[in-house]
Design a protein around this ligand. Structure first.
Ligand code: PDD
Length: 285
């Protein structure tokens, strides 16, 4: 099916969507983005995604003349036009098009706003059954991983290297400690059955899924600690998993050829996945 996409105020056929070659998103990666999951034609954790988008825009000094309600309307309209039952809406805002110059254009130019949808099975994700095998890589991304920017080359490069070695994903390591996955946050269940995930800082993206998991698991009585952990701690853990808007909770069964726990998706991980899905279903908009 040829999709309808949104480009700078217009809903158009994806084949007619044309951008300037001077767009700073294209030339400098000068853009931020969001990916929001869709279930039953509705958005998951919308409030969290708009909050994070505003933060990313603020951190890089970019203005957007669209309100949260405007953005919600576009998301909903694209879901309806493309009849997305389950999948995602991708939103990207770049600083706009101007003659190539490292300095930001002055006066400010009009940002480029792009949205499109992708159909994807999120709840019945077949890869959950086997779990993911990951390889560790030094975290060589830029130092502001907390901003959801489209500078994703190192993440893409590392994931590709992991796939070429027969694995499923890359985890990044900084100063001997895990930061996050190529496109997800990382968690372990320690030997004393605590849920551990790295605390928020410039080293990781503040995942909306991560935030919801912490909220729901706390309410359900799980013991939680937000602190960094090492590869050794991952190897000694009972279970491990990643979180993201497009995979929710993905069991991780192996790191650097070392089996985690039984080497199968963990019981607590699968419980948390169920808990997460049950809770987001109550809050779809
Ligand atoms: N990625 N960390 C990184 C580096 C990410 O790229 C993502 C999301 C996350 C998880 O964030 P959230 O739970 O809000 O999706 C953490 C999206 C899905 C992507 O780039 O496609």
């Amino acid at each position: 099916m040829v999709r309808t996409v949104f480009l700078n105020g217009k809903y158009i056929n994806e084949n007619d969507a044309k951008l300037s070659i001077f767009d700073r998103g294209f030339l400098f990666g000068d853009s931020v983005y969001e990916v929001t999951a869709v279930i039953q034609q509705k958005l998951v954790s919308w409030e969290g995604h708009t909050r994070r988008l505003r933060r990313s825009l603020g951190e890089i000094g970019m203005n957007l003349d669209m309100s949260d309600d405007d953005l919600l309307t576009v998301h909903r309209k694209l879901i309806a036009l493309n009849e997305v039952r389950e999948g995602l809406v991708y939103l990207q805002i770049s600083r706009g098009a101007a003659d190539r110059d490292f300095a930001f254009p002055d006066p400010c130019i009009k940002p480029t706003v792009v949205l499109f949808t992708q159909e994807k099975s999120l709840i019945q994700n077949q890869t959950i059954k086997a779990g993911a095998k990951v390889l560790s890589f030094p975290d060589q991304r830029w130092g502001r991983s907390d901003i959801k920017s489209t500078q994703l080359l190192y993440a893409s490069f590392s994931k590709q290297r992991a796939l070429e070695q027969g694995k499923d994903d890359a985890w990044f390591i900084k100063d001997g400690l895990v930061t996050e996955g190529s496109s997800n946050n990382t968690f372990i269940i320690s030997a004393d059955r605590k849920l551990l995930t790295r605390s928020l800082s410039r080293d990781i993206l503040g995942g909306i899924t991560r935030e919801s998991i912490l909220e729901y698991s706390k309410k359900s009585g799980y013991q939680i600690e937000e602190k960094p952990f090492s590869i050794e701690e991952v190897k000694d853990s009972l279970e491990a998993f990643t979180s993201s808007s497009t995979t929710f909770i993905m069991p991780v069964v192996e790191i650097d050829d070392y089996k985690i726990g039984s080497g199968l998706p963990g019981k607590i991980t699968l419980e948390l996945r169920d808990l997460y899905i049950r809770n987001i279903m109550k809050d779809l908009i």
